[in-house]
Design a protein around this ligand. Structure first.
Ligand SMILES: *Cc1c(COP(=O)(O)O)cnc(C)c1O
Length: 353
């Protein structure tokens, strides 16, 4: 608290990301980062641009990147919005599309940044409980709303919703915007991008932080009808007209052009996820079916918080949420093969003790 803060700032409860410990030899399985590095071509592209040209402002509309993304998803560049991480795309969507006179709907167990954005922008919201098996039932969303947002696959559950269900939601709500936050879609599930040209109320948000291993570069993008994208551009050009620098733009384009590396690393993570799931089940965990690069698991007789602490003492950091309904669960990011093996053997020792 400070006397210099406005009342508004004093009342904010900011989002708290997974910690970034400085200790070495830690297996960081708490923030859904990619264990494999970015595409070597993306690194090269950035290195080649670290020169005097950085004195210039970046291209105003990042047109080359929009073109690359548009081509990748069979859209046109006027259907693409790019920004500094998908959190910033989401922020502009909350402010520009989801702030309406009726309440915004999102699941009770979901990305914990959503209520923070609502608080920041003064958006009324209703949290719709996930079903007992932690899935989204779209029947629960057929009610008056000023917009709907959910991650698909959902975080932190990892569960995925099919495209038919999303299409039903879009049809039932033609006058409000439906945002599908597909941060993890490259690890499983079908992208709602395929529905964009039939539904002008759909915004699909992607990040390059997870499947493309560029969390440190802060690149996200939104895809939707030209009118939705124009709305986001109006906010962006009233806030920060240059959210992406030259290096970000170059890294993103190079990453999209290196399809082979992208597919190989995603496949490796998906295979590891399925193996880790089986091994956790053998250790007595219930694991929700995951289409993401993490698993959400609870042990039949050991408390999640105690497990998280014991893992931490062994240098393995996982995420535990002290929140109703999910405080028995651990969210464990899929690491590289060595990290996963270390996780499983350490859990084995803890549970045998
Ligand atoms: C990681 C994550 C984001 C944020 O991604 P950035 O592009 O790094 O800001 C958004 N939504 C969900 C559901 C996420 O898990």
């Amino acid at each position: 608290m400070s006397k210099y803060w406005s009342d508004f700032v004093s009342q904010l409860e900011p989002y708290v990301p997974g910690e970034q410990p400085k200790i070495s030899n830690v297996a960081k399985l708490n923030a859904n980062e990619n264990p494999y590095g970015p595409s070597p071509q993306a690194l090269e592209a950035m290195q080649s641009l670290a020169n005097d040209d950085l004195r210039l402002y970046p291209p105003m509309n990042a047109d080359d990147l929009k073109q690359t993304i548009a081509h990748h998803y069979s859209l046109v560049k006027e259907q693409i919005f790019v920004s500094n991480g998908s959190d910033e795309v989401l922020a502009h969507a909350f402010n520009g599309l989801l702030k309406q006179s009726k309440p915004l709907l999102f699941p009770d167990i979901s990305y914990s940044f959503y209520p923070v954005f609502c608080q920041l922008y003064g958006i009324e919201y209703e949290q719709i409980p996930l079903t007992d098996d932690f899935s989204i039932d779209i029947e629960d969303y057929k009610r008056t709303n000023g917009g709907i947002i959910f991650p698909n696959p959902n975080a932190p559950t990892g569960r995925v919703l099919g495209l038919e269900a999303i299409e039903q939601l879009l049809r039932a709500n033609p006058d409000t915007v439906v945002v599908v936050d597909e941060a993890y879609v490259d690890f499983g599930g079908q992208s709602a991008v395929a529905l964009i040209n039939q539904h002008s109320n759909l915004l699909v948000v992607h990040t390059m932080s997870k499947s493309r291993s560029l969390a440190g570069m802060r690149i996200g993008y939104g895809m939707g009808s030209v009118e939705l994208i124009e709305g986001l551009e109006r906010i962006k050009n009233s806030f920060n007209p240059f959210p992406l620098g030259q290096l970000q733009i170059a890294a993103a384009i190079a990453s999209f052009n290196d399809t082979e590396y992208f597919q190989q690393t995603c496949e490796r993570i998906i295979n590891s996820r399925d193996q880790v799931t089986e091994r956790l089940q053998a250790l007595g965990f219930e694991v929700l079916p995951s289409a993401a690069n993490f698993v959400f698991a609870r042990h039949k007789d050991t408390h999640a918080e105690a497990l998280a602490l014991a893992l931490r003492e062994q240098g393995l950091i996982v995420r535990h949420f002290k929140r109703p309904r999910i405080d028995q669960f651990l969210r464990i990011t899929i690491g590289n093969e060595q990290q996963n093996a270390r996780l499983l053997s350490t859990l084995h020792e803890i549970l045998a003790a």
